[in-house]
Design a protein around this ligand. Structure first.
Ligand code: GLY
Ligand code: MN
Ligand code: MN
Length: 477
């Protein structure tokens, strides 16, 4: 494991975070990092990724570690390496060196950790092996964070409110993640010129991420079947008339995520029908980004995307009726069934492990409307928040061929007209946006999205070379 350079000032960032937490709660906290999960036999594990709540306060991707936070102090619990481990995994830095790097006030072997579960709060981890240890040491059960009550519930609320607005250290890390994400997309467009299959484009994109010693922040979507929203298959051949949808993001070693989607024509030229829908999705994307600033309700941004799409689909003859009526009836959701985006941070859907306790303002609940139920964020925007803006258009057979939908929206859709757009299976355009004090900064602005610029990049008429390192003024609006 590589310890951070002291010039990164990681320890100072972490100290400020735990001091802030101490202002919100007045009881001690234990946070587990989690352990590596086995794939097919115990020693062959999936890559380890620590819990985001642990990473937020401890900064390093340490397996099988626990931190105690109490009044702004941090104690690290981490066992010595097992005998023989260095042979296979190399020497770990000492517990004391790790503690110094993250600014812990004390460090002990984890085997010495004892706790009275009634007087300490925690957040339930994802992996069941660690959950068993968590419950054994605390001597009580630990509910999923969405249902946590008592001190655990207060802790979840405090962490959510702290993590909602990113500090300088987090923003710097998000800039690194988004810069590498942009580079991966450029590599994907360049690779399309010679690729015969989706998997080759995926390989180029993930290769660009791995080359920066980063990982993917979620399973990549690189597909000519963009109508499958989270398509994780990469075997399809690339045909000249296809659109390729790539939703790929980089994650820094500290766990901070990028999340970008571009959709490009395999041939380097959009067909007229692909271009019409692409320009419409881009109009929705641009209008939504223009609206991002503190105080604006994210739900209004989602509804703006719905309105722009509905109006454009009426203009194209695909939907029939008054756009506002169509949005009220959720007719736009036939083609745009997901939310316009979500929080972004240490998790690609930041703090989704907390259920809607981070994404939804207190007292708000998910709507059961077809057009709103998948909205992951329903809060007023505040400075320091990072969100994605990702409208799309999809022809999902499960939605469009559904008998009930056909009946409900019989008069709202021109099915005949829709057939003309058969070569548009799925288009999504997704960027990462930081809410500033006065407006917004598109963290991924270095990756163009107008159709003409996309075509030029795929054809290779503009260099798809590595993105320059981000600066504080990059992508400012
Ligand atoms: N990459 C998943 C999403 O965009 O939400
Ligand atoms: Mn996203
Ligand atoms: Mn995405």
């Amino acid at each position: 494991m590589q310890l951070p350079d002291p010039s990164d000032r990681l320890a100072d960032t972490l100290r400020r975070r735990r001091q802030k937490l101490a202002q919100l709660i007045d009881f001690p906290v234990l946070l587990w990092s989690g352990g590596a999960r086995s794939r097919n036999f115990p020693a062959n594990t999936y890559p380890f990724r620590a819990s985001s709540h642990f990473l937020y306060f401890a900064g390093l991707n340490l397996a099988d570690a626990v931190i105690q936070l109490d009044g702004g102090r941090m104690t690290l619990f981490l066992d010595d390496e097992l005998p023989g481990s260095a042979l296979w995994h190399g020497e770990m830095p000492s517990r004391e060196d790790i503690a110094a790097a993250i600014g812990a006030d004390a460090a002990f072997p984890k085997s010495e950790l004892r706790a009275d579960g009634a007087s300490v709060a925690t957040v339930r981890v994802q992996d069941l092996g660690t959950l068993a240890e968590q419950e054994r040491i605390l001597g009580r059960s630990v509910a999923p964070p969405a249902d946590a009550e008592g001190w655990d519930g207060e802790l979840v609320g405090a962490i959510a409110s702290e993590r909602l607005s990113h500090d300088e250290g987090a923003i710097a890390a998000l800039r690194e993640a988004t810069a590498v994400t942009v580079e991966a997309h450029k590599a994907g467009m360049a690779a399309t010129r010679t690729a015969a299959r989706e998997s080759q484009v995926r390989g180029a994109m993930e290769g660009a991420i791995l080359a920066h010693n980063m990982t993917c922040s979620y399973n990549s979507i690189v597909t000519v079947h963009g109508e499958v929203l989270h398509n994780e298959q990469y075997h399809h051949p690339l045909q000249p008339g296809d659109l390729l949808l790539a939703d790929v993001g980089a994650e820094t070693p500290g766990g901070w995520a990028g999340d970008v989607t571009r959709t490009w024509p395999v041939s380097g030229t959009f067909s007229p029908t692909q271009r019409e829908i692409y320009d419409l999705v881009l109009a929705a994307h641009d209008r939504c980004i223009e609206k991002v600033r503190p105080g604006v309700e994210y739900r209004e941004i989602h509804l703006l995307a719905a309105a722009v799409l509905a109006e454009g689909l009426v203009d194209l003859g695909i939907l029939r009726g008054r756009p506002s009526d169509l949005v009220e009836r959720d007719a736009h959701a036939l083609f745009f069934p997901h939310g316009v985006g979500h929080l972004l941070g240490l998790d690609v859907h930041d703090m989704e492990d907390l259920g809607d306790r981070a994404g939804y303002a207190p007292g708000r609940k998910r709507s059961d409307r077809f057009g709103l139920g998948f909205l992951r964020l329903d809060r007023p925007l505040q400075p320091g928040m990072a969100v994605t803006i990702e409208p799309g258009f999809y022809q999902v057979p499960a939605i469009l061929n559904d008998r009930k939908n056909r009946e409900i929206y019989r008069d709202a859709v021109s099915w005949e007209r829709l057939e003309r757009f058969a070569d548009v299976r799925g288009i999504r355009i997704e960027d990462d946006v930081l809410v500033t004090e006065t407006g917004a900064e598109v963290l991924t602005a270095a990756l163009p999205n107008p159709a003409g610029a996309i075509e030029e990049m795929v054809r290779g008429n503009v260099p798809a070379e590595p993105t320059a390192p981000p600066t504080s003024t990059a992508g400012k609006r």
